[in-house]
Write a protein that binds this ligand. Structure first.
Ligand code: NAD
Length: 533
């Protein structure tokens, strides 16, 4: 396994070795995924130690939000990648009768993966393996804040990945920019909205396709008929898992006014039970913040809200500096406060009331982001209606942060949360050159729309088009008759061709263009259809 600090040599190695990956049958690529799964299970304790060292998350978060989902992801690839990437038949329209349409899923080449610090293990392995199964080599740049130095390449090497297949380059944003300058065939970026904009601008210079998995300000809507206790416990987990440092954390909680008080009481009971700290035995519910700058953002959001009249219901003991922040629940938050609009990315949950379904949808959609959401109601018809009305990439119904847990489902955002979909077959296809292939038989027949184009052909084509797209049995018959007429006009090799007198430019009078092309003496009206007319 190659580890390089030099963007150029990383790309050279990737490009040299990518044909080896492409030459492997998809089944053989999947065999490496199986062996990686085995390695990850064997090495799980060491991996969790490393994740905790770099991030400060609690042991259970390292297990449940990093290793467990990666194993599920690998299992998805093992079970479904061969089928998802198989050549497919596509529909061939009537006008192309006799031909066959196919779709092939081919590698793009070298993929640049740039990852954030919040799930450093998951955000490395998921895109690297998806790109690999699609036949691509990868250059991977972890976040400078959680590099897990040496870990990813070590695990891949143990699983049998060859040198050059995956190339890890360590560094900050400057290194990221240098990597983009190497001209990968695709950039898969997960991170903040601001960096996403910079990456897209740099990629535009070289027309590099980008996938942007960016931030969120996810709403949770709880209707009056939801199980209050369950929804409140779901809200606590959705807001505070990974200390709120998840792109799909619940960051806005809308509760129907009629259950607001009992819901609040249940939520505060749940939060009151939570234990937080960086543990080694799985006995902590929530770990610490990973970085000082994100801790400062939490301080800024909470401080601004409190100054402007919000109530802090929990976590008052926090000194505003410690990376270990207790879960903070706020109420009386106004929609224009930062904590209601900007991604906080910390353990802060603002509570809001709503009266009607329309209001809940309007409030949920009142955000520049559109990553994920959750809707809670016994009435599944209503929940589905609201799920459709919320403009996001993902929605969970009667659960939270769950859609992203199913690796057969696509994942990605709308609005400022980015674009592109990874996971499931959509994810695999997003790392492929999805190639369209149309297969005709070798024959002596000439296509009706090939030259020469004549007035007679034009008439029959026009009749055929109207019949084909007007529907009904009679039109089908008309289409068939016109089609036979066209067959005759199209003709066969050897017989086809314009009479010598017809060859040459069309006179200006015939084109109406006023062109100064030399007249050939043959008017287009006078031209004969090639054969059979
Ligand atoms: P970030 O944008 O600061 O950094 C992400 C990566 O980009 C890092 O590796 C960084 O070194 C690199 N980078 C910075 N500037 C660059 C440049 N000019 N060119 C190339 N690379 C550059 O994000 P972060 O603080 O590490 O991560 C937190 C953000 O990620 C949050 O907004 C969170 O919501 C988002 N996120 C989104 C998802 C998702 O799937 N949608 C998942 C996890 C995190």
């Amino acid at each position: 396994m190659m580890t390089s600090k030099d963007p150029r040599s990383a790309f050279e190695a990737a490009r040299r070795s990518q044909p080896e990956i492409a030459a492997l049958a998809i089944k053989s690529r999947v065999a490496f995924i199986t062996s990686l799964r085995v390695v990850l299970i064997e090495e799980r304790e060491r991996i969790m130690d490393r994740i905790q060292d770099d991030t400060g998350k609690c042991r259970s978060d390292a297990l449940m939000s990093e290793i467990f989902p990666i194993l599920e992801h690998l299992e998805y690839l093992e079970k479904h990648a061969v089928r998802d990437l198989q050549d497919r038949k596509a529909h061939t329209p009537l006008a192309m009768m006799g031909k066959k349409s196919r779709v092939y899923f081919e590698p793009l080449g070298t993929i640049l993966v740039i990852s954030p610090w919040n799930y450093p293990f998951y955000q490395a392995i998921a895109p690297i393996t998806t790109a690999f199964v699609g036949g691509n080599a990868t250059v991977y740049k972890p976040s400078e804040h959680t590099p897990l130095t040496g870990l990813v390449e070590d695990l891949l090497a143990k699983a049998g990945f060859k040198a050059g297949w995956v190339n890890v380059v360590y560094g900050d944003g400057k290194t990221g920019a240098e990597l983009i300058a190497q001209g990968p065939q695709k950039i898969f970026f997960t991170g903040s909205e601001n960096t996403g904009k910079r990456i897209m601008a740099a990629a535009a210079e070289k027309l590099i396709p980008v996938e942007l998995e960016l931030g969120g300000k996810d709403p949770m809507i709880v209707f009056e008929d939801a199980n209050v206790e369950r929804a409140a416990r779901g809200a606590a987990w959705g807001a505070f898992t990974n200390a709120g440092q998840s792109c799909t954390s619940v960051e806005r909680l809308y509760v129907h006014e009629s259950i607001y008080e009992p819901f609040k009481a249940a939520l505060l009971r749940e939060v009151g039970r939570m234990r937080y700290g960086v543990d080694k035995d799985g006995n902590s519910d929530m770990g610490r913040m990973t970085t000082d700058f994100q801790t400062a953002k939490v301080r800024e959001h909470v401080g601004e809200a409190l100054k402007a009249g919000a109530n802090q219901l929990t976590g008052k003991e926090w000194d505003g500096k410690d990376l270990l922040i207790p879960p903070i629940v706020l109420e009386n938050v106004k929609p224009d406060m930062k904590v209601a609009r900007d991604e906080t990315f910390g353990p802060v949950l603002p509570l809001f009331k709503f009266r009607t379904e329309e209001e809940a949808v309007r409030l949920a959609n009142d955000s520049p982001d559109g990553l994920s959401a959750s809707v809670w109601s016994k009435d599944l018809g209503r929940a589905d209606r609201v799920a459709r009305a919320i403009y996001t990439g993902n929605v969970s119904i009667n659960n939270v942060m769950l859609s992203e847990g199913n690796h057969a489902l696509p994942f990605g955002g709308v609005k400022n949360s980015g674009f592109g979909r990874y996971k499931g077959e959509w994810g695999l296809h997003s790392f492929c050159n999805v190639k369209a292939v149309l297969i005709d038989k070798d024959s002596t027949k000439v296509e009706a729309n090939w030259y020469p184009l004549t007035a007679a052909k034009y008439q029959v084509f026009s009749r055929m088009m109207v019949a084909l797209f007007s529907g009904g049995f009679l039109n089908f018959i008309r289409f068939a008759i016109a089609g036979m007429g066209l067959e005759g006009l199209a003709g066969k090799l050897g017989k086809a061709g314009r009479a010598p007198s017809e060859a040459g430019p069309i006179p200006p009078a015939a084109t109406g263009s006023g062109s100064t092309r030399k007249a050939s003496g043959a008017s287009s009206h006078g031209r004969q259809p090639t054969v059979g007319a």
